[in-house]
Write a protein that binds this ligand. Sequence first.
Ligand code: HEC
Ligand code: HEC
Length: 330
Amino acid sequence: MPTGVSDTAGGRARPLALAVLCLAGGLAARPLPAAATGYGELRPILAQHCLACHAGDAAPLGLRLDSYDAILAGSRNGPVVESGNAAGSELVRRIKGSSLPRMPMTGPPFLSDREIAAFERWVEGGLKPGATAAAPPGDPASVPASVPASVPASVPASVPAAGELPTFRHVAPILATRCAKCHTDNGLMGAAPEGYRLTSYASVLTTRDRARVVPGRTDASELVRRIRGQSSPRMPLDGPPYLSAEEIRLIEDWVRQGARDAAGQPAPIPAGAAVRLQGRLESGWKLDGLPLTVDADTRVQKHAAPGDAVQVRGTLDEAGDARAERIRPR
Ligand code: HEC
Ligand code: HEC
């Protein structure tokens, strides 16, 4: 729309012109109003990078970023922006990575320097609701009416297009809205259960303690077993409802295709990492179809036998197969 374009351009240009006038008039000591940004300029950035998770009732930490009022309302932990104090605002700290996990959770890539600077200017400039901050009162460009109260429609689809491989960008919104309420520091259960955080690519793929995601190997991935209900308690712990068949298939597919990061880079098999898997033992040392490497060093405890629900502890070899160190009924 030509009118929309010229409105925006005019709105951006005017404060600059004002600043030039101020300077010319010997008022250089005043802070430059040109630096301020309005919420309207941030909306497209939020829609593209944040709203896949931070919208609706399941928004992580209750933080909705889908309207001006919602941002100011903040999260379960309190406000995320403090007018005039960008460095002290959690939202700015998260997008810069000075507070972790860094946002957007799908990153890297994170926001560009320009996008981050726009958020900083907005906070420093007093959290103006409109398209720009410094336009005089009554100026059409400063009227928030051009900014709808919420932006439901433009949330990026989290389903891969036909022929596109699933990446962390596609699965992260499921983890953020269904799992991170518990699997985070200070979540619903206090510390993250089992120390397992589902709040960033790195934390989902961590091999500290053990690997819960084995790239390329769904059956060796405890995360997949938990959402299928092969391993108990089934996840999400607060289900039913559990994940839908489509969501489970998407996560399985993501693991099968190499648990790729948001840029599409597959992750290597963490050879040597520990695993702890639960499931049903089948004859021939299989765990729900997953062949286990069992040898003289494997400790089979309490007469674990085919048909039993068991827990297997072991380590991964180069192919992602599990060498069983201990098998016991549970
Ligand atoms: C893929 C899902 C996802 C996306 C996309 C995402 N976030 Fe988050 N965000 C989360 C999760 C999950 C948490 C809770 C993690 C934690 O702090 O333990 C969170 C936490 C936050 C917090 C901390 C709130 C508080 O009170 O501590 C802020 C601020 C935030 N996000 C801002 C953003 C911004 C801004 C964007 C876009 C640039 C964004 N997020 C994109 C999932 C996401
Ligand atoms: C209401 C809280 C809650 C929610 C929501 C939740 N979990 Fe859990 N999760 C737990 C608890 C508690 C445990 C430990 C249970 C046990 O094994 O005794 C756990 C354990 C796990 C484990 C095993 C960790 C390990 O070290 O072996 C995985 C994997 C897991 N959850 C994945 C998920 C996924 C994926 C989701 C979302 C689809 C999810 N969880 C949602 C509470 C939760």
